[in-house]
Design a protein around this ligand. Structure first.
Ligand code: WT7
Length: 644
């Protein structure tokens, strides 16, 4: 354990009014009267109409701030126009090619309003769904906020996904519009996004228009449904009235991987979600007006939704959005951006840090990183060595590190040190404690609390404002996934333990979800993609520990009768995966086997495969249908390993 003292801002202010309350500490207040506590937190937002009821808890459905009316875009933009923030930079956008564009709050406001008007002109109404498939360019933020302004529900798809992922998500949400770009840049190369969308649109029936942003200016096919973004917004006026949204009206759907083949459409509203975001950002990041916040997450994932779009803009800070990859144009790109724009907070992933650490200290040491005051990580466990490197080499022993645990479903940060409210000892690798108002418990298979230092399932005991409203069109799956296993408490799907000092330690997923470079992928989703290749009959996907990415994908495939095992087949199958799911789903290794290890009831024993590929001891195999199959695989692996 180390005890790095961190700088505390002199301008630090308490955001929860303690009004005459004698009890010290925000946490105890939240426990004594959670509703009163959260309603004070909600007052940090701008409401058109105040709520009638703080919480309606009808397990497992929580509805926060019932009857309250507000608008997310209004909270991110309009309320800054009457302050000195009006002409401050909202976004500093850094292109992959080194160009920087600064957009002030006022400019962002205008651009959002124009698009909102255009969407209305296309007949989009409150509650309609719009799919957004864009690279990390300002139009992505503008599109989300334009949807929010008119009450349309945005469904953003990470631009690294391929057409099949778009088809599934557009069809499930029944989107009327797709907003995309001609293409995007990735390490200097062009990704033809419009082409991928064209493929997808052929297999959807609800899409009426495809709005296309010009980014690469390449020649692309223009179809009947296509409209150029520029042409659409140019003729629109600068003001569009904000829709009064009920606190629990959906703000967005964000699809995420689960334990079945079909991705889950996680639905978040505005009142609760934004309350959680505003306050968590205040507690964790302790935002001050001079902050330049650099969150490196792609907006296609929840970190981008919550802490690139909504939280920093509600706070009126300046944020950096970077278009490209951490190692492009060179291995110092994040440090270059921090120096160039004077970033004060870096919020990134352990995967990115592991890569940078491997590139050596000379690179970060050649940049001026003295503007930094706080460092954060998110998305996967951080190894203590990497944590120490981050602290010493990037933070120069001067910046606290926040290791934030949360999920697409939780909306905002749940576990983290709160630099805005407490001064505690950090422990590298632990996220420390839960945020105020967040009540966690580690339980066993029977839902019983386990003692300190014992591994169990991480659960949330009480509803919290950022909690998902439900899964899109699938209440049953919502109840089953999150509320069946541990009863009466939210099942997060992670293993964790609490140490003797009460610190939380996350031990990874307890289900069939992989975290590859921090990206969430479902094993069964990947297996279906493998099986859709004409040569593949059966597939089992597992993961192998990886020094950089945390884990990588390993696939075991059984060929169809008559299919030929050529030396190129693994490359061909991998190409197929990249085209159907996306480049992030590319397998590290593909093994062709005769049989998969299954239980007597026919379930693939992925855990066993995981043990084999990670050289761990194999547990009980007596439930196997045919023990020979596992020996076969072990044997095959040994054979293969000989050739490596
Ligand atoms: C899963 C959620 C958190 C927003 C981005 C990812 C893992 C997340 C941590 C952390 C260890 C972490 C968990 C979680 N995870 N943060 N600080 N330490 N593991 O959101 O894609 O919904 O994934 O990411 O396994 O359940 P997501």
């Amino acid at each position: 354990m180390i005890d790095p003292q961190y700088r505390k801002d002199d301008g630090h202010q308490e955001i929860i009014s303690l009004e005459g309350n004698k009890i010290k500490g925000i946490k105890s207040i939240s426990q004594i009267d959670p509703k009163h506590f959260w309603s004070n937190c909600a007052k940090n937002l701008t409401w058109f109409k105040e709520w009638e009821q703080v919480l309606d808890w009808n397990p497992p459905f929580a509805r926060w701030f019932l009857g309250g009316k507000l608008n997310a875009a209004y909270n991110c933009l309009d309320r800054h126009l009457i302050s000195e923030k009006k002409n401050h930079a909202a976004i500093i956008w850094e292109g992959e090619d080194g160009q920087s564009v600064t957009i002030t709050y006022n400019q962002l406001f205008y651009r959002v309003n124009k698009l909102a008007n255009a969407l209305k002109r296309l007949g989009i109404k409150k509650g309609d769904r719009i799919t957004i498939y864009l690279p990390m360019i300002p139009e992505l933020v503008i599109s989300m906020l334009a949807c929010a302004r008119i009450g349309a529900i945005h469904s953003v798809i990470f631009s690294g996904f391929s057409s099949q992922s778009i088809i599934d998500r557009v069809n499930d949400a029944e989107s009327r519009i797709i907003i995309t770009a001609d293409g995007g840049y990735r390490r200097g190369k062009i990704v033809q996004l419009k082409k991928i969308v064209d493929e997808a649109v052929k297999q959807t029936s609800t899409v009426e228009k495809v709005i296309v942003v010009k980014r690469t200016h390449e020649d692309i096919d223009i179809n009947e449904k296509d409209i150029w973004f520029e042409d659409l917004v140019n003729k629109e006026s600068n003001y569009c009235v904000s829709e009064w949204m009920e606190s629990n009206d959906p703000l967005f759907i964000l699809y995420t991987s689960g334990t079945t083949g079909k991705p889950k459409g996680v639905v978040h509203g505005s009142g609760g979600y934004l309350t959680h975001l505003f306050n968590s950002a205040k507690w964790v990041f302790n935002f001050v007006p001079t902050d330049v916040f650099f969150c490196t997450a792609d907006i296609g994932w929840v970190t981008g939704h919550s802490y690139v779009v909504y939280a920093p803009l509600m706070h009126g800070v300046t944020e950096i959005i970077y278009e490209g990859a951490p190692d492009y144009p060179d291995q110092g790109q994040y440090w270059n951006i921090i120096e160039k724009h004077g970033a004060t907070i870096l919020y990134t992933t352990p995967t990115a840090l592991r890569s940078y650490m491997r590139y050596g200290n000379d690179i970060p040491n050649s940049y001026d990183l003295s503007s930094l005051r706080l460092l954060g990580t998110v998305g996967e466990p951080i190894n203590p060595e990497v944590w120490m490197w981050y602290f010493n080499t990037i933070g120069k022993n001067n910046c606290p590190i926040i290791d934030t645990w949360w999920q697409t479903e939780t909306g905002g940060i749940m576990i983290s040190m709160c630099t805005g409210i407490e001064n505690i000892q950090m422990k590298p690798g632990s996220g420390t404690f839960s945020l105020p108002g967040i009540e966690l418990e580690i339980v066993d298979d029977h839902g019983k609390k386990v003692e300190a230092n014992k591994k169990g399932y991480l659960t949330v005991k009480e509803p919290w404002p950022g909690m998902l409203l439900s899964l899109w069109n699938n209440k049953e799956r919502y109840e089953k996934t999150y509320w069946e296993k541990t009863r009466n408490s939210y099942f997060a799907g992670d293993f964790a333990y609490v140490d003797n000092d009460g610190y939380y330690w996350i031990l990874g997923r307890a289900d069939d979800i992989l975290k590859v470079a921090g990206h969430r992928l479902g094993t069964i989703e990947l297996e279906s993609a493998f099986i859709s290749h004409p040569s593949v009959a059966e597939a089992a996907v597992t993961s192998k520990k990886d020094e950089i990415k945390g884990e990588t994908i390993i696939a075991f495939l059984v060929l169809r009768k008559g299919a030929e095992l050529s030396s190129q087949l693994d490359i061909e199958v991998n190409e197929h995966i990249k085209n159907t799911v996306g480049p992030i789903a590319s397998a590290e290794k593909i093994y062709f086997v005769n049989k998969l290890p299954k239980t007597r009831s026919g379930k693939i024993m992925r855990r066993l495969l995981r043990s084999i590929v990670n050289n761990e001891t194999i547990g009980d195999i007596t439930t196997l249908e045919d023990e020979a199959s596992i020996e076969e695989i072990t044997h095959e692996l040994q054979e293969i390993n000989k050739h490596l």
